[in-house]
Design a protein around this ligand. Sequence first.
Ligand code: ADP
Length: 547
Amino acid sequence: MLGLMQSQPLSISALLRHAARHHGTCEIVSKTVEGDLHRYTWSEAERRCRRLARALQGLGISAGDRVGTLAWNGYRHLEVYYAAPGMAAICHTINPRLHPDDIAYIVNHAGDAVLFAETSFTGLIEAIAPHIAGTVRAVVMMTDPAHMPVLPLPAGMKLLCYDTLIDGSDDDYAWPSFDENTASALCYTSGTTGRPKGVLYSHRSTLLHAYAANLADALALRAIDRVLPVVPMFHVNAWGVPYAAAMSGASLVMPGRHLDGPSLETLMNQERVTVTAGVPTVWMGLLQHLRGSGTRLDTVKRIITGGSACPPLLIEAFGREYGIPVEHAWGMTEISPIGTYNRPKPAHEALDEAGVFQLALKQGRILPGLDMKIVDGEDRELPWDGVAFGDLKIRGPWVTSGYYGDPPGSAVDAGGWFMTGDVATIDPNGMMEITDRSKDVIKSGGEWISSITLENIAVSHPDVVEAAVIAARHPKWDERPLLLVVPKPGATVTPESVLALYEGKVAKWWLPDEILVVDALPHTATGKLQKTALRSTYQDYYLTKLS
Ligand code: ADP
């Protein structure tokens, strides 16, 4: 027997209508490419989204069509975020930091019909335009007529101005209702292993993710919050913040392309930001600026970090020096992206300060709706003892089942489990801790060594800004850890002083065999350490040395 409750399909336009109707005066503040601040409300945003939907119709966009974006966090990007899915089309956010060849590949693979781009990407578009002319019919520059760039495009590809399009469109559009499993957004992984792969979200997965993300033990956004997503909207939907904010009626403060410490501090203080979310590299830049300038964050109550392991120093410094807790979340493009969030359980109430700090380093416990497990090489589940580490698998309604263009179910095993590519422990309280990417773990004499643990210790050195541990091949042990450290500008770091930090913290056989002091480390387009590049340079370091 079926229940007798109403069954409106879950839809992204309902989120926007909710924000406009019930939190209509809450603000969306955006730092534009031109450097000024634009401000309006959720209610005005909804009206402009209706105009944009009409404009998209005018460009021939209909249900299922892909609408590409090359844009920073700002109000026009937010409008495409809502207008395209609202009319059953798909908002395809593209990471502009990828190599132009990858961007052209992604646009063609997605089959984007229209590309919305900020003026800062004019040169990039000019370079890739000839390679995407088979699919892209129009490029819409996200600016006003006064700032339209000169951009020669191939024959048949139109150049349009965003504000002109909006101003010339009616706002009489009525958001349609359709199946909640309809695709809503598309985001490609950064392709650290081969070509980028597309993850295709649905209205249902997006709404369920937003509900779970907004629980009190996760992002917990409130109507009184002013949220600044530093994490880009082109990187896994800015961790779902644009949707979660509309759901709770929170105000959004969008930093545009200005992600350096001084710009963030000014924006946070001026706009009375209460919550912010981003990757550790950004928080490191902010911390250095605060320490250097003597400024403080007057209104920020929480900093959410994710995307890569959070260096202990960040949690310690923001907590002790500024009284701001750093909350750790974990996820990935394939999980919409939030999978776990670190908030305490009753078992943690008795922890002393050191215990609380150790706990904060963990990536957290699963969001309700998802499930996770760790398995060994034979897919046998490992115990939740906080010690055993194995491949982390996850499943649930906001986890991908197959990549764009592949059949449903092709990315998961028979039980519906998705292999994350991360290696983790889970403790008896269900707290998960990432110990490595499976391709980065060091396999020494049949035992595993966590590169992240070794890196975290290295960056606790007062003169080290960044560290990377890679598995270098070894004639006796198969692989041994090789540590590379980058000193602070003007500082000198000796390998001995770094090695001394490991004393009593890890088993002797975990110690890096060698420590190299280097000027810089390579990064991916999403700001993570590019270990593939390091491996190709250094993987034979010990073999060459010992032969
Ligand atoms: P990509 O895999 O293309 O770099 P994602 O943003 O999807 O892009 O990255 C997901 C990966 O980032 C995870 O599988 C994990 O390795 C890493 N990651 C995300 N959050 C954390 C975290 N809090 N701690 C450690 N690693 C993290």
